[in-house]
Design a binder for this molecule. Structure first.
Ligand code: X5A
Ligand code: ZN
Length: 670
């Protein structure tokens, strides 16, 4: 079966004809330009031409009534022929809603556009996609418009997908800064739709001020455990807080749920500069959130616009999302990666509320006694303090002007380079750049002699190191994103990679060692973070090396995934490496799917720069590693095998020890 590729983009200018016709400060921010400016910015970055443009259509009455009552549909329909006074009165029936005579048509195009996206993805025509639509949907309810929303686009799409494609499990991720209470109400008794929402809450002080937006609203009846609310009780949440919630709440549960389709209620009012959200996450954060979700449902991910009211922040964030869907390397997250105390509290509460329903939460976040002073208070930068919207708007634009320049760097021409033995090149997917060139023998020796180590024992290894250095240079000089190297002596090879990268000028290397690879660990004063995952205990390991030992067969994918989400990724995100080196030795006990998943997840770091060094005996991993490096989705982790007690204990023990230093590991309050 061919793997789906390509990214759909749904947009139609007609959806800008829905407009506010009178003075209403609460609704004034939901302007038509939200759509047109975002589309222009996508064109500006040449992203539109890289997508498959899919036309919108109207949702049918039958489709709309999958979620809404026929009476409600008739009422919305009736706004088409109203005069202005009638439109005003119709709007007053609801909380924070406006109609003009075009609203009904636009709402049908918005819902239908999302269904077009679902069809493109489910049919395999594309791998994923984004729908730029308005009016938005997630506040709208069976009988009610609410919060700028007329029809619940994403809820309709979920019901439609369930019915048409006979899906058993759909995940809805709502990263809009408002609670999509409409979606919650529609699915709260339905275990086939897992709904996740984070939202500005401030202990119910923030709109829509609902008790049921709290973390203890976990679903009802058969749907108990399938509604996840993460309330933000302070403004100023930033990249670290968002990443922490994904790693410690959403992703473990989402992988356990194992959705067949991911829908995103993608509001960007959770981004920096937004007058509603007052949060601080930068546009590139949405690349990371998107990238995580692309690992689920075999990559079937439909992103649907909801809110987002700061035009510049909105459009840059949308561009980041689409770039990521297209498979471009992710921009690094800069700045302090410490989640704030209030965020850690929310994470702790949600995990506790859902603990009875999800095996991945079974470990208790034992009240680890911690010095509260080590927890960061929210530091929502300059942008959220008592400033007017206009001032915030200007400051955000200034920030983005200087910030986005450094992010939209040209994409390297090729994805993956490989230096593997000739007989194994047949294992590589199409498009991999096969490197047979080598650094000259003399040059190799010169580089190696710098290292003051007795490395080279034979001509065989010397020539292999020549290939390795040639490939490493390509990655360091950004001619390719990543590379895969086969080596007869991984210990020597990976030490050479580390040394040469430091000599090149890199300051933070993430060094992941899997299986048996007895080797020297280098002391390079914080320039290397080594994580070793192996069955064998290694005596006399330097204290700085993080070592995870276990005796089980990691063919049980979910045990390894647990270690990835709970330990390896939080460490990696805290560290912010400039290059990741993965060394795969014999006896790693990892399944092919697990290692592919690890590589895909780690591509979110270091701008996608990864070198994988494989022991030549381990060629059975070669094909799926190369596919993962090429950003191809192959069915990865499959039916849920329970995480072993042993793995949970090993991971949690490490996590407790390390969380004082590596703050993204924190998810409980003392
Ligand atoms: C879709 C969306 C927000 C409504 C806010 C009303 N709605 N105060 O972001
Ligand atoms: Zn919103």
């Amino acid at each position: 079966k061919v793997m789906a590729s390509g990214t759909a983009l749904i947009y139609d200018e007609e959806m800008t004809s829905h407009k506010l016709l009178w003075d209403d400060p609460e609704c004034a921010i939901e302007v038509p330009e939200r759509l047109s400016v975002s589309y222009d910015q996508l064109k500006h970055y040449s992203l539109v031409e890289r997508c498959v443009e899919v036309p919108v259509r109207e949702a049918t009455e039958e489709e709309i009534t999958l979620v809404h009552s026929p009476e409600y549909l008739e009422f919305i329909k009736s706004t088409q022929t109203m005069n202005i006074e009638e439109l005003r009165n119709a709007s007053k029936k609801y909380n924070a809603v406006f109609f003009n005579t075009k609203s009904y048509r636009c709402a049908k195009l918005a819902a239908g556009g999302v269904l077009q996206l679902v069809d493109s993805v489910m049919s395999g025509e594309v791998r994923n996609g984004m729908a730029l639509v308005r009016p938005p949907g997630h506040h709208s309810q069976r009988n009610e418009s609410n919060g700028f929303c007329l029809f619940n686009n994403v809820a309709i799409a979920a019901e439609y997908a369930k019915k048409k494609y006979n899906l058993q499990r759909v995940l809805i991720v709502d990263w809009d800064i408002h609670h999509g209470q409409g979606i919650q109400y529609i699915f709260e008794e339905d275990p086939s739709v897992l709904y996740f929402s984070w939202h500005r809450y401030q202990h119910q002080e923030f709109w829509p001020n609902l008790r049921e937006s709290e973390y203890d609203a976990i679903g009802k009846g058969k749907g108990t455990g399938f509604n996840i609310n993460v309330p933000w009780n302070k403004v100023g949440m930033g990249n670290a807080d968002y990443i922490a919630v994904f790693l410690h709440v959403l992703l473990p549960i989402a992988f356990e749920f194992n959705p067949e389709l991911v829908l995103v209620s993608s509001g960007y009012d959770s981004a920096i500069g937004d007058p509603e959200g007052c949060m601080c996450a930068t546009p590139e954060c949405f690349s990371h959130l998107t990238h995580f979700l692309m690992q689920l449902a075999n990559g079937k991910c439909c992103i649907v616009l909801e809110g987002g009211y700061h035009l510049r922040s909105l459009s840059e964030s949308i561009c980041m999302t689409v770039k990521t869907l297209l498979g471009d390397p992710l921009p690094q997250l800069h700045g302090d990666m410490t989640p704030c105390l209030s965020a850690v509290e929310s994470i702790h509460n949600v995990r506790a509320a859902h603990k009875p329903y999800w095996k991945c939460l079974a470990c208790s976040d034992a009240a680890v006694v911690q010095n509260a002073s080590t927890k960061r208070e929210v530091n929502g930068t300059v942008l959220t303090s008592a400033k007017t919207n206009k001032e915030v708007e200007i400051e955000t634009n200034r920030f983005l002007d200087s910030h986005m320049k450094s992010i939209h760097v040209p994409v390297p021409p090729a994805n993956t380079a490989a230096a593997v033995s000739e007989s194994n090149t047949r294992l590589l997917p199409n498009g991999v750049l096969v490197c047979n060139d080598t650094v000259e023998l003399g040059e190799t020796e010169a580089i190696l002699s710098d290292f003051h180590v007795q490395l080279v024992k034979g001509a065989n290894i010397l020539s292999s190191l020549g290939h390795l250095l040639n490939l490493l240079n390509k990655v360091l000089q950004k001619q390719v994103h990543n590379g895969i190297v086969e080596s007869p002596d991984i210990s020597t090879s990976s030490v050479v990679v580390l040394k040469h990268s430091i000599n090149f000028g890199l300051n933070r290397l993430l060094d992941i060692v899997l299986g048996d690879a007895d080797r020297n660990y280098l002391h390079e004063e914080g320039k290397i973070l080594s994580i070793r995952i192996s069955e064998k205990e290694m005596p006399d390991l330097p204290a700085s090396i993080i070592s995870l030992n276990f005796n089980e067969d990691l063919q049980r994918d979910n045990s390894f995934l647990y270690a990835l989400l709970r330990l390896i990724l939080p460490l990696a995100y805290s560290y912010q490496p400039e290059l990741t080196i993965i060394t795969l030795g014999p006896n790693s006990k990892l399944s092919v799917g697990s290692i592919a998943m690890m590589i895909r997840l780690l591509q979110s770091l270091a701008n996608g720069r990864i070198i994988t060094v494989i022991q030549d005996t381990e060629y059975k991993y070669m094909e799926s590693i190369a596919e993962a490096l090429m950003n191809l989705n192959r069915p990865g982790i499959v039916p849920y095998a329970p995480i072993s007690k042993e793995m949970i204990l090993a991971v949690e023990e490490r996590r407790h020890k390390l969380q004082e230093e590596w703050k993204l590991l924190q998810c409980s309050v003392g």
